[in-house]
Ligand binder design. Structure first.
Ligand code: PEP
Ligand code: MG
Length: 444
């Protein structure tokens, strides 16, 4: 994706991993073009219902806003940002009461969002820091039962994460940075068992040694054991930290160590720790306890005072309706409306656009895509979560960090509900600033 000028996928939807990352990178992206049958081996894609074949090297133009894909090159116009935009946004800032933060997970994006006027990072998805070369380290943690190998992997991850956080906190010096602990299911870091299956078949056909084949088979079995029917609802979010406590300990230690280091350099880092996918208050109580004891340990070892708030994401209906209980252990709530929409509707966010939602839209069973603009039913859960949350903790800070945080219509709703801020991808920050002002004016 880093190398690509645009992203076009045959599966997925507006809040799929590909769409979320592309939005963060400012790359045009169209997700879920089901008509496209991709043949990776032949390096081509067939458009079903036509005789069009797209081959490696062909030019395709993508409009990420409308979802239109054109075979061939189209004329492009570079957007020109003039000083007038800054003036209008400054006017907007005078009127809006809703804060605007950004979703970013690397120092470059953090800096970009700061330049666009973000007042902090509302969501740093740490799993994005585990990709590239780091993938091997997390794989060795997942796939080995040997404690020594695991410990080495965790130490390597700690060193890498401490550097990551130093970069993020430096870029946002003086502004809050909400770091979310690891969220996705572990199989997302592993190879596909299907690809391994093909490799084994190929090894057998080419007469590879029995030992080499057996080794691959063992690996496949291990990876298979992590497979989930619906990965969005399984061993992910805070459940990961409860099953593998060494992971949150490592991440919190890295956050606290980076914070202590920068404080000693005279900077003003403001990290906050966010625990994802909580459904019952004891999950947060337990993980908050873990975080607090690690922070205290680091503060003592480094001889620095550390005040790092701990909060949670509200992204499950149960969490929203029991928010008073959960808020007793939270300094802040961030509504993860991508998952909250998925779990309220029972629609999978990765399948939705390809499956039936397009037909629902045509037949007017749904007035709009609820993954793009907040649905009134999901908004009720957010409203309930905010109200109950304040009953449990009157000082609770509430924001939203799902993709809806950058959508002007949803911003109207969030402003009415009385959230403290929205958080969106860096490129949507100016739009969110303007939409927040429009919401403040129209609702006055
Ligand atoms: C969400 O669920 O709204 C969210 C921001 O988290 P993610 O998209 O990473 O699941
Ligand atoms: Mg989520």
């Amino acid at each position: 994706m880093i190398a690509a000028e645009g992203i076009l996928t045959s599966h997925g939807g507006k809040t799929s991993h590909a769409a979320v990352i592309a939005r963060g990178m400012g790359a045009p992206c169209v997700c879920g073009v089901e008509a496209l049958k991709i043949d990776a081996e032949k390096k081509q894609a067939i458009v079903t219902g036509s005789d069009l074949v797209i081959r490696e090297g062909d030019v395709v133009s993508i409009d990420g806003t409308t979802g239109i894909v054109v075979f061939g090159a189209v004329d492009l116009v570079m957007p020109e940002i003039t000083g007038d935009l800054d003036t209008i946004l400054e006017w907007a800032d005078e009127f809006r009461t809703l804060g605007v933060r950004a979703n970013a997970d690397n120092p470059e994006d953090a800096e970009l969002s700061r330049n666009f006027g973000a007042a902090g990072i509302g969501l740093c998805r740490t799993e994005h820091m585990f990709l590239g070369d780091r993938k091997q380290i997390i794989q060795s943690f997942i796939l080995h039962d040997d404690e020594l190998i695991r410990e080495k992997a965790v130490n390597d991850l700690f060193a890498a994460q401490t550097g990551d956080f130093c970069g993020m906190f430096k870029a946002m010096d003086g502004l809050p940075v909400i770091v979310r602990l690891l969220d996705p299911p572990l199989h997302e870091f592993l190879e596909s068992p299907r690809a391994l299956d093909v490799e084994i078949a190929r090894m057998e056909a080419t007469g590879a040694s029995a030992d080499a084949i057996a080794e691959k088979r063992d690996l496949m079995e291990k990876i298979d054991s992590f497979a989930e029917q619906n990965p969005m609802l399984g061993l992910r979010g805070c459940r990961l930290g409860i099953v593998y406590p060494i992971l949150p300990v490592m991440q919190v230690r890295a956050i606290a160590t980076a914070c202590a280091k920068l404080k000693k350099e005279g900077l003003d880092p403001k990290p906050e720790i966010m625990i994802p996918l909580v459904s019952v208050a004891p999950e947060l109580e337990k993980l908050r306890g873990v975080a607090e004891s690690v922070i205290a340990e680091v503060a003592e070892a480094e001889g620095v005072e550390l005040d790092i708030p701990v909060g949670t994401m509200i992204e499950l209906p149960r969490a929203a309706v029991t928010a008073d209980e959960i808020a007793k252990y939270a300094d802040f709530f961030s509504f993860g409306t991508n998952d909250l929409t998925q779990t309220t509707f029972g629609f999978s966010r990765d399948d939705v656009e390809a499956e039936f939602v397009p037909q629902y839209l045509v037949e007017r069973l749904l007035p709009f895509n609820p993954f793009a603009t907040i649905d009134p039913g999901v908004a009720k859960l957010v409203e309930m979560g905010v109200k109950l949350g304040h009953e449990g903790n009157p000082d609770l800070v509430c924001g939203v960090c799902g993709e809806h945080g950058g959508d002007p219509d949803s911003i109207q709703t969030f402003n009415r509900i009385g959230l403290n801020y929205v958080s969106c991808s860096p490129y949507r920050v100016p739009v969110a600033r303007l939409a927040a002002a429009q919401a403040a004016i129209t609702q006055k």
